[in-house]
Design a protein around this ligand. Sequence first.
Ligand SMILES: Cc1cc2nc3c(=O)[nH]c(=O)nc-3n(C[C@H](O)[C@H](O)[C@H](O)COP(=O)(O)O)c2cc1C
Length: 338
Amino acid sequence: MPDIRQRKQDHIELALKEEHQCALPTIFDNVRFEHIAAPELCLHNIDVSCQFLDRFCSAPLIIGAMTGGCDNAETINRHLAEAAQVCEIPMALGSQRAALELGLPQNIRQWAPTALLLGNLGGTQLVEGGLPLAQAAVESIRADALMVHLNPLQELAQPQGDHNWTGVLHAIETCCRELDVPVIVKEVGTGIGPTTAKRLLESGVTWIEVAGRGGTNWTTIELARNLSSREREIMQPFSSWGMTSAELLMPLRRLDADLGLIASGGIRNGIDIARCLRLGATMTAVAQPFLEPALQSTDAVVEKIDILTEQLRRTLFLTGSENLTSLRVAPLASSAVT
Ligand SMILES: Cc1cc2nc3c(=O)[nH]c(=O)nc-3n(C[C@H](O)[C@H](O)[C@H](O)COP(=O)(O)O)c2cc1C
């Protein structure tokens, strides 16, 4: 079991390296807003607040799932949680599996007593642990929702990764039916496409976090940890496998107008957040860019949130949008995606 802790530590160290970020700076580039030269707005009055799971959020931004906080990642979690509390934005925890299986305390509510917190377990862990594990994940942190991550590609690249993915949809369906909180299903950087989304909807899921390709690359991170040269050779071509949020958001929105849709994977500034909302996302999540500030201090995380929010506000200003409702129908440049 200490293996899990070492793995989480490796993940944090590797995720900080530029080489494990997909070199896709252009994923959102063909979503170009029409520049409004006469916005007739005062920047100061622009409102980027919203509701998520019936709660107020100061911006449509979630701190993406990274650490369960059971080890030296506790400092990271503390800084993220305190910032989520101060800034009134939701925070998603990383997998709680290790903490639950090792019986370790999860202190997150100490630092974020009223923040919107999203618990986290893996799809295959749900099959093993069933509903009791899901209930423990929610109750241990008084979570407002449970995120279930689907990461079959990462598991294939991971040493001793999980290769049996049978029964995951059934386990998710049980959670949707029995848990008292909503279930949000997410990927980790390869994307959830319309075929999977349809199955998830049939299982009772009402929220999906896309987590598309374009940001943190879990295949290269796992291969950097994988000592088997045979496995590395097999998996190397999959380093660029996956779909981006930019290509998935509109098809997913067309699939179901009421689906709660969280865009993520490679969102790196407030313009990207605005583009995702324009393409149909309800909310957005950012993970890796919070890692370095979270290693420093709560103030550094707050500052990062403020910068992303201010970039979003200025995008609204330059698109003539007084709030997020207007942004969702803001005119796009004529050559851009429609
Ligand atoms: C250090 C690190 C650890 C992560 N651990 C988890 C995890 O435990 N559970 C999960 O659902 N996603 C995890 N993720 C994936 C992120 O939530 C996110 O889906 C992915 O990194 C893509 O977003 P990004 O490009 O903004 O980093 C982790 C990401 C990072 C950077």
